[in-house]
Design a protein around this ligand. Structure first.
Ligand SMILES: [Zn+2]
Length: 218
């Protein structure tokens, strides 16, 4: 049975997601979390409903389009290839749906790179304003201790980790800001796989040499 998610995304992040103002990496985090979390999905849906209402009430939302726009759109629809849209969706035990395209397939397709001490990462291709990566932390191993220049969110996809205050299992999100220094440790029972997004480069505290930091983009 799936364990209950106890660490959620904040309302301001969910609102920004509904408004469409987040960097791609953070959109990916929210989409991945709400694919596992009914509670946050309901919050996003309520913000979406609010957005729909605002659009509905907006003065000037009946601004006329160029003559012929409707016919042109209908012609494009008629000429489309609906078969492409109906590609069967694959399922993966570790990676929720929103991550599959970024990895180019299932979990077996993840291109890991070692960042030392058994920890591996795979950078996901997103826009440059924020970064997203998958992290692989061996069971019982510590994640490198680091501070943050901006906001970092880490969501567990497999296994679990523990920091000084709390325990995070599949679906749980830890939100860390620039004041936070912590040393999460992966649960001993299973290797821990996480999705981590950050809006600024992480500053590792001496565990990884600066040169590795540059190459690994962490
Ligand atoms: Zn949630």
């Amino acid at each position: 049975m799936e364990q209950k998610i106890t660490h959620h995304l904040t309302d301001d992040i969910l609102m920004a997601y509904a408004a469409g103002t987040l960097p791609e990496a953070f959109n990916l985090m929210v989409a991945t979390h709400v694919s596992l979390c009914d509670e946050c999905r309901a919050v996003v849906e309520s913000y979406d409903a609010l957005g729909g209402e605002v659009l509905d009430q907006a003065p000037g939302n009946d601004i006329a389009l160029t003559p012929g726009s409707f016919a042109a759109t209908m012609a494009l629809i008629a000429g489309g290839t609906p078969d492409e849209i109906r590609t069967p969706r694959m399922r993966d035990a570790v990676l929720p749906q929103p991550l599959l395209d970024y990895v180019g397939g299932g979990f077996d397709n993840v291109k890991w790179r070692s960042v030392g001490m058994g920890v591996k990462q795979a950078i996901l291709p997103t826009s440059k304003d924020a970064s997203a990566r998958l992290l692989y932390i061996p069971a019982g191993a510590a994640m490198p201790d680091h501070g943050h220049n901006g906001i970092e969110m880490t969501m567990v996809l497999q296994g679990a980790f523990q920091d000084e205050d709390d325990y995070f299992a599949r679906g749980d999100v830890e939100v860390a800001d620039s004041d936070m220094h912590h040393t999460p440790v992966a649960d001993i029972h299973e290797d821990c796989i996480c999705l981590a997004v950050t809006d600024a480069p992480l500053r590792f505290q001496g565990l990884l040499p600066k040169i590795a930091q540059r190459f690994a983009r962490i």
